[in-house]
Structure formats: C-alpha cells, structure tokens
Design a protein around this ligand. Structure first.
Ligand SMILES: [Zn+2]
Length: 134
C-alpha cells in the first residue's frame, strides 16, 4: 500500500492594501521559512520509533530545523531568488540585505547586553539563591 503525504502551511499574513498583490515583509518571510522548517521536519522524520519523530521530540529538537531554516530568510543568495520589488520586479539588493543583517545584529547584541545588565543587577541586588530563580 502506498500513501501520499500532504503538508500544508497555513500562515496568517497581512492582507494587501488597495491591491491584489500580496506583499510579505521580512518578518513574514521569517515566519514562512520557519514554518517550512517544521513541515520539512515532519515530512522527513517519519520513523518506526514514534518518540523520535515530528512533535514527539523534545521542544528544542522540534525547533532546530525551523531555526536552521530561518537562516535562509537572511541569506542573500536565497532571497534574491524570490524577493522582488512589488512594482519594478527587481530582485532584492544585496546592500539592503546587508543593512537588514546589520540592524538585526545591532538589535540582537543590544538585547543580549540589556539581558546581561538585568541579570547582573539581580546578582548585585539579590545576591542570595533568589538569583537562580530568574
Ligand atoms: Zn517553531
């Protein structure tokens, strides 16, 4: 007996404004590649051992393929294949992707810095075992 596996991604993207053209912002692309990673994981992880497949694995393992796929959403070589300006049809510019990555690094690094400051302030103000419960 053969079977055909069918997977569908159902995403809640924004509706187009005054146009029939659906435009995805980068956050939408991030979501799309992330969810595609989940679909691919489910598709490829069919095994005889149910505890090693799809959603039955540990949460961080279930997220790993999706997190890896998120990198494609930031890779210019991947983006230039489908990311186009809605009216000109021109591919996304490499400089724009570099700028987006720079902004991402800045936000990410600042986020870590803020988290570290909060964590250090907890150590300073709550030097007992309470710090371990953050
Ligand atoms: Zn996920």
């Amino acid at each position: 007996m053969s079977c055909i596996m069918v997977y569908a991604l159902v995403c809640n993207f924004s509706k187009p404004h005054n146009s029939s053209v659906v435009r995805l912002n980068h956050s939408d692309v991030d979501t799309l590649v992330h969810e595609f990673g989940h679909a691919l994981h489910y598709f490829l992880s069919g095994t005889d051992y149910q505890h090693f497949s799809s959603t039955k694995v540990a949460f961080d393992m279930a997220e790993t393929p999706s997190k890896l796929f998120e990198y494609y959403g930031w890779d210019y070589k991947v983006l230039k294949k489908f990311a186009r300006h809605y009216s000109t049809g021109n591919s996304i510019l490499e400089k724009l992707v570099e700028s987006m990555m720079g902004a991402r690094r800045m936000v990410f690094c600042n986020g870590i810095a803020v988290t570290c400051r909060i964590w250090i302030s907890h150590i300073i103000f709550f030097p007992s075992n309470e710090t371990l419960q953050i």
